[in-house]
Write a protein that binds this ligand. Structure first.
Ligand SMILES: Cc1cc2nc3c(=O)[nH]c(=O)nc-3n(C[C@H](O)[C@H](O)[C@H](O)COP(=O)(O)O)c2cc1C
Length: 203
């Protein structure tokens, strides 16, 4: 079966928010929200910080499943608590998920990036993988968070002249963060929108 991630809206070079499910050596299932970058029709990569169960499981099993959903609760439960045992299907995807694909790891590389806002020097592993199976239960497009940031930025911008100084500073900080994220994960249009917002603010 030929796999083409563009079927679910994944474009080369773009990052999407997903939920990765993995298993440990004892067969216990784990779920965590992770950003996935599309590298081509059937190739993906992600960067996972050391210390997570997901990374340990991927290193030991050399495989993982990418679950696609727009359900805010699934993302929240995956992050705050692990999902329950009964939330996983036999093949370790999330039960009744809109769409999922299975990945086999092709390379694991140490990555240290100085520009992450979390720590001065954050240690992570870059994982490259081939997609070996794609299941679409319901037509769904993968989620990219840049557009939400563009909309939020427009809302802040529309209010910036009618709030007090303290609030203005808060909005400007949020706009800066939005600019950083959109430049990292956005499409050409998202980035252009943020540049327009920045230029307008600089006037
Ligand atoms: C939308 C979203 C995207 C995320 N993307 C990543 C990512 O790309 N890499 C990463 O290391 N952590 C990412 N995280 C944070 C992990 O989900 C978080 O560290 C989680 O606690 C790991 O869980 P685990 O220990 O069960 O694997 C993301 C979180 C959210 C909410």
């Amino acid at each position: 079966m030929r796999i083409d991630l563009s079927e679910i809206g994944m474009l080369k070079g773009q990052q999407y928010e997903t939920i990765i499910t993995t298993k440990d050596t004892a067969g216990n299932s784990n779920a965590a929200p992770i950003g996935i970058i599309c590298r081509g029709n059937d190739k993906v990569m992600c960067r996972i910080f050391k210390g997570s169960t997901t990374l340990d499981n991927i290193i030991s099993q050399k495989e993982f499943i990418v679950n696609i959903s727009h359900d805010p609760l699934l993302f929240t439960w995956s992050l705050l608590d692990n999902l329950q045992k009964e939330d996983f299907s036999k093949d370790n995807s999330i039960k009744d998920i809109d769409c999922y694909f299975k990945c086999k790891v092709t390379s694991l590389k140490e990555a240290v990036k100085q520009s992450d806002p979390i720590r001065k020097k954050s240690e992570a592993i870059v994982i490259k993988a081939d997609v070996v199976d794609l299941t679409v239960n319901r037509a769904v497009k993968v989620y990219n968070r840049a557009f939400s940031y563009v909309l939020e930025s427009l809302v802040h911008m529309s209010r910036i002249n009618i709030v007090d100084e303290k609030q203005q500073k808060e909005y400007l900080d949020r706009l800066k963060e939005a600019y950083r994220v959109v430049k990292k994960v956005g499409s050409k249009k998202d980035k252009e929108a943020m540049d327009n917002i920045k230029n307008k603010l600089n006037e």
